[in-house]
Design a protein around this ligand. Structure first.
Ligand code: ADP
Ligand code: ZN
Length: 607
């Protein structure tokens, strides 16, 4: 038996009337049909891909209850609150509830008034939960974050293993497992544990076309971050740092520059961490500077940029971390500040580890370096890592937006620069070497008698900025190494053939080295469109949304997503009927908030 056309039609109707969306995305329709057919299903989609609808819509079509197993209380609460805003009967059972709420939820479930019940696996196994569900028709068992079932993955939860057994107790229920994990091993493990046949696995592309990918040579990271922040005024973003100390330092610096910013790392008290996270989610604070401790369980859809101040651990973590940007499918920017010396630092840490661990870690690091140092399309290289083929050029990464200028022969200046590094004893940073090359008359040079060197003054033909750009290219291409702490330069083995004129050195023109700009134009210019063609109206709607959210003590995105506000600005709806056409406005939200927003839209149209 296959899902009746009637059921599919019902699903489509719910998509419009409850969720306010125009059409299904990607595989959503096929997945939903499969679930409605009561065929156990595995869904693999990237973060922001739209996994939730895959079980929420069937839950509303099914007569009985859908039980959703989720590993984190914050995720459950977020989903339940969003569903309640849509007028959907969803509840959770967990330790955050007081006794009265708990009892109320139980009573509602017993009375058959609940469509979706969210709980942690531990709660599901409790005898009293089992007793409660025994007398209720359960049509669907949803296993969210299903990779927790696999000990190959990073979030293994032993309790998830027991879900395979508990399924037997719900004879009529179909199982749908969802995950954003790309690893084939983990996927195979989930399927094996839950006995889901290959034919019912739906794997979407991992491409997130709305994420713009940038790798910037880490030259002066603080000013690079400031540049990016100035380019993203009034937008939410996350800056990831490697260490707690770096988080504290950078967040203090940004706060001193009057940015709306809070730190987040494991060294802060639970209370302070929870508070800072909440401020961010509620749009009370715009920027979070954090270690990787931050992010799990964050559903905030309007994160507009993610900056990696330091090198992430590996490509999987990197993809997961940048995945927190742009969940609303509006454009978002991802910046990786990359220096060769950072990767050497990590290599050194890795070399201290045991053999097996060392091998894996080195392989992962090499992939990451390859990604950061390649000249080609970033997206192509990232997707290739996950085993996907992509077009040669994505048009939304630094390489595609600013293709490196045709390379030119820089052998002679490279030889001058590197021999000057050598002659000054490999004890100085780039600026000093440039001073010697340009024949500067500084006390330091005279004190070191470097005005007597044969390289003194041989580089007056190139401006200081040009020499510095050359130095960065030499570092990036691995001919020079830069000390992490003192920035002193030294030659690597790769420098020798160029010095001996056995090899030429090709690089970007020293006049306009686009890739050396502190940040790349492109995304930023386009993104001032966030407010669409009517940024002032967008601000008014955003302000009203924040007031309504504060009144209800919820996050602004629970009321309407940014995408909804953008669409309102574009369409300028003047009536309830027109408002229903807007992305993300279903019947319940129209009834609740339509009259709160229409006056602004009408006033704007009247002008
Ligand atoms: P995931 O759980 O895969 O990370 P979500 O289910 O949270 O992703 O969906 C991401 C965003 O996309 C949400 O804002 C969601 O409302 C939106 N979305 C999902 N499906 C559709 C659709 N068919 N049309 C428009 N928006 C959608
Ligand atoms: Zn590209």
């Amino acid at each position: 038996m296959s899902a009746s056309t009637q059921q599919i039609a019902a699903a489509e109707k719910l998509l419009h009337s409850v969720f306010g969306y125009a059409s299904f995305r990607l595989d959503q329709e096929r997945i939903i049909a499969n679930v409605l057919d009561k065929k156990d299903t595995l869904v693999v989609m990237p973060t922001g891909g739209g996994k939730s609808l895959c079980y929420q819509i069937p839950a509303l079509v099914f007569e009985g209850l859908t039980v959703v197993v989720s590993p984190l209380i914050s995720l459950m609460q977020d989903q339940v609150m969003q569903l309640k805003q849509l007028g959907v009967a969803a509840v959770c059972l967990n330790s955050s509830l007081d006794l009265v709420e708990y009892e109320e939820n139980i009573a509602a479930i017993r009375a058959g008034k609940v469509k979706l019940l969210y709980l942690a696996p531990e709660t599901l196994f409790l005898a009293r939960t089992q007793a409660l569900l025994k007398n209720i028709k359960v049509d669907c068992l949803t296993i969210d974050e299903a990779h927790c079932i696999s000990d190959w993955g990073h979030d293994f939860r032993p309790e998830y293993r027991k879900l395979a057994e508990v399924r037997g107790k719900f004879a009529e229920a179909v199982t749908i497992a969802l995950t954003a994990t790309a690893t084939a091993q983990v996927r195979a493990d989930i399927k094996a544990q839950l006995a889901i046949p290959d034919s019912h696995e739906f794997v979407s592309s991992f491409d997130r076309p709305n994420l713009q990918l940038h790798v910037l040579p880490k030259a002066n990271p603080e000013s690079q971050v400031l540049g990016i922040l100035r380019d993203h005024p009034n937008e939410s973003g996350i800056v990831y740092c490697f260490s707690k100390a770096q988080v504290d330092e950078l967040s203090t610096l940004l706060a001193a520059r009057n940015f709306s910013v809070k730190p987040y790392h494991a060294g802060l008290s639970d209370m302070l961490r929870a508070k800072n996270q909440e401020l961010f989610i509620r749009d009370d604070v715009q920027i979070i500077v954090a270690t990787i401790a931050f992010g799990m369980g964050i559903n905030k859809p309007n994160v507009r940029f993610v900056i990696h101040y330091d090198l992430p651990k590996n490509i999987e973590s990197y993809y997961q971390e940048i995945g927190r940007a742009g969940r609303d499918s509006l454009k978002a920017d991802c910046f990786l500040l990359y220096s060769h010396s950072d990767s050497q630092k990590i290599k050194y840490f890795i070399s201290q580890k045991g053999d097996d661990e060392k091998r894996v870690a080195l392989r992962q690091l090499t992939s990451l370096i390859h990604y950061a140092e390649s000249d080609g399309c970033r997206r192509k290289s990232l997707l290739a890592y996950f085993g996907e083929n992509a077009a040669e050029s994505c048009g939304a990464c630094d390489a595609c937006l600013n293709p490196p200028k045709d390379k030119i022969d820089l052998t002679v200046p490279a030889q001058k620069f590197m021999s000057c590094v050598k002659k000054t004893g490999e004890r100085f940073g780039a600026a000093y070497v440039v001073d010697v090359l340009r024949g500067a008359k500084t006390e330091k040079i005279f004190a070191n008698a470097h005005d007597k060197l044969s390289t003194y003054g041989i580089g007056r033909d190139i401006a200081k900025q040009g020499w510095l750009a050359l130095a960065r290219q030499l570092i990036r291409q691995g001919l020079l190494a830069q000390d992490a702490e003192f920035s002193t330069l030294s030659l690597t083995a790769a420098a020798v053939p160029v010095l001996k004129s056995e090899k030429i050195f090709l690089g970007d023109s020293l006049q306009t080295s686009t890739r050396d700009h502190p940040f790349v134009k492109g995304a930023a210019g386009e993104r001032s469109q966030i407010g669409g063609v009517r940024p002032e109206l967008f601000e008014l709607l955003r302000k009203r949304r924040k007031e309504l959210a504060d009144e209800q003590n919820v996050a602004p995105y629970m009321i309407f997503s940014d995408k909804t506000l953008v669409d309102m600005c574009a369409r300028l709806p003047q009536s309830h009927a027109e408002l229903l056409e807007v992305h993300g406005v279903g019947e319940m939200k129209m009834r609740r908030y339509g009259d709160e927003f229409l006056p602004f839209l009408r006033a704007h149209a009247a002008n």
